[in-house]
Ligand binder design. Structure first.
Ligand code: ME8
Length: 644
């Protein structure tokens, strides 16, 4: 690829919370970013692609306590799940940032110190509701006699009243500058409809922002006042500057900042399009070029999310199909910006119809014919006829359009255009009927021309599709006897006639497996398949199992943990002593149903403090349809009996 003056392109995804494992929604944003990064590289841009994880805050702190882990331990486990999934989906970021990295923490502290010194930050007290699920302050004003809890209007979970000392960021002072910025840069937020939303929000007036917490210890200490930690969102947003070198690799930072595209889901638009530019203005950084907000993947009419339990196991699809069908489906099915509904039927239709039938068959048919007719080596062809020239000409126009559509982030349309061309090539073959020419010596030159044309089209199509389905398209180039990989050739150097005569064309294997709907539905509806499994199943030795002290326990007393939806505090007799446990089963079992019951408990689990109650052990229960099901012992098994 060419010299040093290539324009840069810096693309980011949100950094994802590590309270839970990744699902299809996270995969969607990250696949779009990967496709853009690959397409820009082929357009000769110097690309930096950043993704990562958001590891601090109350949500992660709480999720780790529920599992009896330290926040860092939970983060270390979950981060691997993200990294593994990205690898399995052929997603190749240039850097994976974790907000627990020391360089990130130092960068954030440096920026906050500067903002404080220059008067953008001041001290105060906050009183209002906070939704931990969204890590978000509710905007409503609080009356004197307020309820302690309130339903969060965004996610429907319970928000709790907070009253704590904090630092504020003077966001209100940035209203005019923001409006002026939006007016100058109407493309700052895309799609356009989202820009309008942002402008009317800011026009409506901006309140100063709470930016520190005193009741959340799992965060970056606020400079010179370590009783406060930085509110997780303002720690997280700064990953976009620290992940690209601020302030420890300034050469890298100067090269790539500002970001060209921050890709996000529409749920977090305000943070990126209002608060983030205000912070950057205050800190004196250049502003990003674009915040691109995409729609939501829904299932059964609701946004897919782990907390709603309407996500399916991405790993199952990967096991059956490899990465490319899912990448293709997510990009092709809905234009970025709109919401889309996932169904197993629509996924499989795209695989069987678009990938296996249209594209897979074209590749298979063309290469197999070349092997059959010429032993895999194309001889010199006859000159082009009008139909041959038309196929070539159409490719030239397609390349112009598709590369422009990649540039505009119109990825669905780029794929639609490539597919229209695939139809043309399939029609060309149907019209020319090369299979009827095999063995006819007088038509050898013509046959060579038709197959050269088809193979050139396959080669070109594979190059244009490379950003979306890289693994399969690399295979096609290798079968065509190309010495280079698609990523080694720039879009502008791609020519229709790039096939060198005399090269050896390989025997293709089926590119995309065709799967029958009933087999796919059966696999997807197996127990557990709809839910992403929490941990990869590792084998354990008997010695490891033996370390767990499992006992029969008798429940003496059960009561709800105040202000929680599903936590119960249980007093249990484990034979040798009475213990207190906290169990997340209160949404299924009422306390009065549990008193007197016998069940299995792991008694040597490290104690954990959950909502202020020390839990010394854990009850065992099955998880079914998102709810706990406890197996009770009937009869009179004594408390303390060993389970092995
Ligand atoms: O919000 N459809 O992290 P998060 C489409 N840590 N995209 C979806 C989706 C769905 N159903 N569900 C999730 C956070 N996403 C913060 C971000 S950035 C400085 C901090 C994607 O783990 C989408 O990109 O809740 C959404 O914005 C993001 O995951 C939210 O991920």
């Amino acid at each position: 690829m060419s010299g040093t003056s290539r324009p840069k392109f810096y693309v980011t995804t949100p950094i994802y919370y590590v309270n839970d494992v990744p699902h299809i929604g996270h995969a969607y944003t990250t696949i779009i970013a990967d496709v853009l990064a690959r397409a820009r590289k082929l357009a000769d841009r110097d690309v930096f692609f950043l993704t990562g994880t958001d590891e601090h805050g109350q949500k992660v702190q709480r999720a780790s306590a529920e599992r009896g882990l330290k926040p860092r331990e939970l983060a270390d486990r979950v981060v691997v799940r993200f990294q593994d999934l990205w690898r399995d989906l052929s997603i190749e970021p240039d850097f994976f940032i974790r907000t627990t990295m020391p360089a990130h923490k130092r960068g954030v502290q440096k920026i906050f110190k500067k903002l404080k010194e220059q008067g953008d930050i001041y001290q105060g007290t906050y009183r209002g509701w906070y939704c931990v699920s969204d890590e978000c302050y509710l905007s409503e004003d609080v009356p004197e006699e307020a309820d302690r809890t309130k339903i969060c209007p965004d996610c429907g979970k319970t928000a709790h009243l907070l009253s704590e000392k904090c630092y504020y960021f003077r966001l209100s002072a940035y209203r005019e500058r923001l409006l002026d910025f939006y007016a100058r840069r109407p493309d700052f937020v895309r799609p356009e409809s989202r820009m309008n939303e942002v402008v009317s929000f800011v026009r409506g007036g901006l309140k100063d922002l709470v930016i520190t917490r005193t009741t959340v210890s799992w965060g970056i200490p606020f400079p010179d006042d370590p009783d406060h930690t930085i509110y997780v969102w303002f720690d997280a947003l700064h990953n976009y500057v620290t992940g690209v070198g601020f302030d420890e690799n300034l050469e890298l930072f100067r090269k790539y900042w500002p970001a060209d595209i921050h890709l996000i889901g529409k749920d977090i638009l305000r943070f990126h399009a209002v608060f983030w530019p205000a912070f950057l203005m205050a800190a004196g950084f250049d502003l990003p070029h674009c915040v691109f907000s995409h729609g939501w993947w829904m299932m059964g009419g609701a946004k897919m999310s782990k907390s709603r339990r309407n996500v399916f196991d991405v790993n199952l699809i990967l096991k059956m199909f490899g990465p490319d069908p899912l990448r293709y489906f997510l990009i092709r099915e809905i234009p970025i910006g709109q919401d889309g509904n996932y169904s197993d039927e629509s996924f499989l239709h795209r695989v069987n119809s678009d990938l296996a039938n249209d594209l897979g068959n074209l590749v298979q048919r063309t290469l197999t014919l070349i092997r059959k007719a010429f032993g895999g080596v194309l001889p010199d062809p006859d000159p082009e006829t009008e139909a041959d020239a038309k196929l070539r000409g159409e490719f030239g126009a397609l390349k112009e359009r598709v590369t422009a559509l990649y540039e505009e982030v119109a990825l669905t349309r780029a794929l639609e255009d490539v597919w229209a061309y695939i139809f043309s090539v399939n029609k060309y073959l149907a019209d020319e009927e090369p299979w009827k020419m095999i063995g006819d010596a007088s038509r050898r030159g013509r046959l060579a021309r038709v197959l050269t044309q088809a193979a050139s089209a396959v080669r070109g199509i594979s190059h244009l599709l490379f950003p979306v389905i890289p693994g399969s398209m690399r295979k096609v180039w290798a079968w065509l006897g190309e010495e280079k990989r698609p990523e080694d050739v720039l879009f502008r150097d791609l020519e229709f006639g790039g096939l060198v005569p005399g090269r050896n064309i390989q025997e293709p294997t089926p590119l995309f497996p065709r799967v029958a709907l009933k087999d796919f539905l059966a696999a997807m509806t197996e127990p557990g398949a709809k839910e992403t499994k929490e941990e990869a199943m590792e084998q354990v030795s008997y010695d490891e199992f033996k370390k767990m002290d499992l006992r029969v326990a008798h429940i003496l007393k059960a009561e709800r943990v105040p202000n929680t939806d599903k936590l119960l505090k249980l007093e249990v007799d484990i034979g040798t002593e009475t213990r207190t446990l906290v169990a997340g089963v209160g949404d299924v079992y009422a306390p009065e149903d549990l008193a007197g019951k016998r069940l299995a408990v792991i008694v040597n689990l490290k104690p954990a403090v959950i909502r202020g109650v020390e839990s010394k052990g854990m009850i065992l229960a099955a998880e079914w349809q998102g709810k706990a099901k406890i197996a009770f012992y009937d009869g009179d098994v004594p408390a303390g009996s060993k389970i092995k």
